[in-house]
Design a protein around this ligand. Structure first.
Ligand SMILES: Cc1cc2nc3c(=O)[nH]c(=O)nc-3n(C[C@H](O)[C@H](O)[C@H](O)COP(=O)(O)OP(=O)(O)OC[C@H]3O[C@@H](n4cnc5c(N)ncnc54)[C@H](O)[C@@H]3O)c2cc1C
Length: 414
């Protein structure tokens, strides 16, 4: 830890916002602030190459696409192809196509792998003259409740640096330092563990025709596009299972069985890991002049594909709130930031929870029993047969569902 101002090699710099972390949240905050004429510095612990290769999410939802569009950034930061708005849910090998397009006018979701979004956000920010510092070690936050917080870090040449600012954006994910800088008891954590594990595998193999979720007596499985010849697969497993227990042959056998596709084309596996399906919300998402953005504030289990999209939502609200404060001396949006973000966070947690239970309980019922299995099958049946249920599902998937907050109001970049 950098713990002494006397070690500083230079006098502190000054900026309006220090952004900790260059993931989707931090880079979006930085780009939107830049568009608003608000100066900021981004500090990222890893190298540019490392950050640019981290593969996770695959779809930027409709609401987030329209958010970037409203800032005039959609063309520069969103690669990929439009997502045609169809999701396949396969039950015991039988396909059901459901729409995740709500039919509203305007740009729709994009198949845009997270690493592509990060690469384009980085390039756009730097081309715009943005200040982004990789390999910033030992970042620490000070005086968060004062008028001018200070952020200290160690530069790649070993020198100690300090930056004073008006606001700190904690965008450093679930394992970052921002949240740990908040005194014990100031934030309330709400956590849930589904008791379910997922083996996730990335492979050079053809993507599915549509994002595919599969229910089977052997357990849940999924197949998602991550590029023209790249796929991500998920297999339900015990949460304390080990990736070494899953040989390539076992992975492909399980996928063929659970997806109900004996002809599934396999390919070299480039990454595999196991994680628990868990959810976490911190309330409030603010402490003094520190604002938590994205995974630093909340984790949503991956079912429903909301984690990255929530990070983009927080980033948009935070950037607009800072713009109002700096340019109009209006702190209303900063004061309501946490409350507004949390409304959507809980909304998306509910979608993710509902889908997680439905798609796991309907399959291998050993963890939940036959009664829960019957309920889960009834929910699936309703989704496949009721136009009203299907419409509600599509709205939730697009992110256009919260009345009074659907899509970003058109900002006025300065
Ligand atoms: C396997 C997997 C699949 C997923 N699939 C989906 C999906 O399909 N759809 C979806 O929407 N979401 C998905 N997610 C979730 C999504 O990846 C996250 O919600 C998203 O990355 C959050 O972005 P973020 O910027 O808040 O945090 P992160 O992406 O975690 O970025 C945080 C950044 O902060 C940096 N950092 C950390 N500590 C420090 C420090 N001390 N100092 C400076 N920098 C620091 C990190 O290096 C990193 O660059 C998935 C996640 C996983 C793990």
């Amino acid at each position: 830890m950098v713990d002494s101002a006397r070690e500083l090699s230079t006098s502190p710099e000054s900026t309006t916002v220090v952004v900790i972390g260059a993931g989707p949240a931090g880079l979006t905050v930085a780009n939107l602030l830049r568009r608003s004429g608000v100066d900021c510095v981004v500090l990222e612990r890893q190298t540019r190459e490392y950050v640019a290769q981290r593969q996770r999410a695959g779809i930027v939802e409709t609401r987030a696409v329209r958010m970037f569009d409203s800032w005039g950034l959609a063309d520069s930061v969103l690669g990929g192809v439009p997502h045609e708005g169809i999701l396949e849910i396969r039950v015991d090998g039988e396909p059901h196509l459901v729409s995740d397009n709500d039919g509203s006018h305007g740009p729709t979701a994009r198949l845009c792998p997270q690493q592509m979004l990060v690469q384009k956000l980085t390039a756009t920010y730097l081309a715009d003259g943005g200040d982004l510092r990789f390999e910033a070690a030992d970042v620490s936050l000070h005086d968060l409740t004062g008028e001018r917080p200070t952020v200290r870090y160690r530069a790649p040449d070993g020198s100690l640096r300090a930056i004073t600012c008006a606001f700190v954006a904690g965008c450093d994910g679930d394992h970052g330092i921002s949240r740990t800088a908040v005194p014990e008891g100031a934030l309330t954590p709400y956590a849930f563990d589904h008791g379910i594990g997922w083996l996730t595998v990335l492979a050079d193999a053809p993507p599915p025709a549509h994002p595919l979720l599969a229910v089977s007596p052997q357990g849940f499985a999924a197949h998602f596009p991550r590029g023209p010849y790249t796929s991500r697969y998920y297999l339900q497993c015990p949460p304390d299972d080990h990736p070494d227990a899953w040989s390539d042959a076992r992975v492909w056998d399980a996928l063929r069985t659970r997806l109900g596709d004996p002809a599934l084309v396999c390919g070299p596996i480039t990454d595999r890991e196991i994680f628990r399906l868990r959810s976490l919300v911190h309330d409030p998402m603010r402490y003094g002049r520190l604002f938590l953005v994205g995974d630093a504030a909340h984790i949503v289990s991956p079912m429903g594909g909301k984690g990255m999209n929530l990070a983009l939502y927080d980033a948009d609200l935070f950037a607009r709130a800072v713009r109002d404060s700096v340019h109009d001396r209006d702190d209303t949006a900063l004061r309501t930031y946490s409350e507004r973000c949390l409304r959507r966070v809980w909304n998306d947690q509910e979608l993710s929870h509902w889908m997680t239970r439905m798609l796991h309980d309907a399959g291998d019922a050993t963890h939940c029993g036959p009664f829960q299995r019957g309920l889960a099958r009834a929910r699936l049946d309703r989704l496949f047969t009721s136009p009203t249920a299907a419409r509600a599902f599509a709205e939730l998937m697009t992110g256009m569902d919260l009345t009074g907050d659907a899509g970003a109001p058109s900002p006025t970049p300065r």
